[in-house]
Design a protein. Structure first.
Length: 262
């Protein structure tokens, strides 16, 4: 490893980076970390602890701070790591960061209803909007996950072959486990977030113009509340910019050499 080592923290939570290894194998300076599925009684603190351990391993191996590259819900982990161990993080890049899980899925539901209105989805979305809670979140998410094409809505302009491969891998428990996804999100929502310090290094958020999950203006505001130095850029992608646009648009080492708009 070198001091330009990049640790990838994907979304999920508790998913694997199997798809990234398949399609980004040519980007050989990124460590594609698979998140563990352990300790079902307390999954969010365990996941955060495992991420901190992985960061420590990378820092020790390369002899200095590393770049953190996060995707979606991984932004929650990345923000905690950077603020807890600022001396170990060279830069923080957030791809389509999700800071409000409920708002993200409500946005996806609205996008789906705009294209294909259904009474069931409309009802659970209205229930969540009127009383945001765990009890109203999962009926909405359940309705969304029951729609066969719903994940395709997240993929922007990704080519058909990649879309088909992505959809096929979603059925692989190694890549996505719905049970651990739900219990980890519940654990996260029930745990008061603990940011132990302030990270003052470079922070960049990359947004996809066609991303139904992430409201850009609201997320930029929240991001700058956490990291006043944060910059952002918007690219022609959906919720997975790193799978949809050239790596020069999101790779931390390229971003460090190219200014982006605040």
């Amino acid at each position: 490893m070198s001091t330009n080592t990049i640790l990838f923290v994907h979304g999920g939570p508790c998913s694997s980076a199997k798809f990234e290894r398949l399609h980004l194998s040519h980007v050989n300076d990124i460590i594609w970390w698979d998140q563990p599925r352990e300790n079902p009684d307390n999954p969010w603190p365990h996941l955060l602890s495992a991420a901190m351990q992985k960061l420590d391993e990378c820092v020790q191996a390369c002899g200095g701070p590393v770049h953190l590259l996060t995707s979606s819900f991984g932004a929650q982990i990345g923000a905690n790591l950077a603020c807890s161990y600022p001396e170990k993080v060279r830069s923080l890049v957030l791809l389509a960061p999700v800071f409000d899980v409920g708002a993200a899925y409500a946005g996806l539901a609205e996008a789906e209803l705009a294209a294909r209105p259904t009474d069931q989805l409309s009802k659970v979305l209205k229930g969540y909007r009127s009383c945001p809670s765990v009890e109203t979140l999962w009926p909405m998410v359940g309705q969304l996950f029951a729609i066969p094409h719903i994940f395709e809505r997240l993929l922007g302009e990704l080519n058909r072959t990649k879309v088909d491969q992505f959809m096929a891998l979603l059925g692989d428990a190694e890549m996505f486990d719905p049970h651990f996804f739900q219990i980890t999100v519940n654990s996260f929502l029930a745990t008061r977030e603990c940011i132990l310090g302030r990270y003052t290094g470079p922070v960049t958020a990359i947004f996809g113009r066609a991303d139904s999950l992430v409201p850009i203006s609201k997320t930029v505001h929240e991001l700058q509340m956490r990291f006043p130095q944060a910059k952002s850029k918007t690219v022609d992608a959906g919720h997975f910019p790193h799978l949809e646009v050239p790596f020069s648009e999101w790779h931390p080492l390229h971003l460090s050499n190219n200014a982006v708009s605040p």
